[in-house]
Design a protein around this ligand. Structure first.
Ligand SMILES: [Zn+2]
Length: 77
């Protein structure tokens, strides 16, 4: 959410001007990440890298597939 420091308020993306400035005071609104730090290029790369699932999630999916596979096999025996 873009934050305007002089006005001390959040700006909706549609409320900003085309240049990303505050419509009231004209300063460039800061784009803050969820943690409150200014969003940098490395943060964007971190967010992009988070699509890798953790190993325990893959294990859970694997066990779910094995279980459901066995349930299907179990129908016919
Ligand atoms: Zn402002």
């Amino acid at each position: 959410m873009p934050w305007c420091e002089p006005c001390a308020r959040y700006l909706a993306p549609s409320a900003m001007t085309a240049e990303g400035r505050c419509p009231r005071c004209g300063t460039i609104a800061e784009l803050n990440s969820i943690s409150g730090r200014p969003l940098s290029g490395s943060d964007l790369r971190d967010l992009a890298g988070q699509d890798k699932a953790p190993w325990h999630f893959k294990l859970l999916v694997f066990l779910l597939v094995v279980y459901l596979g066995w349930r299907i096999v179990d129908l016919f025996i």
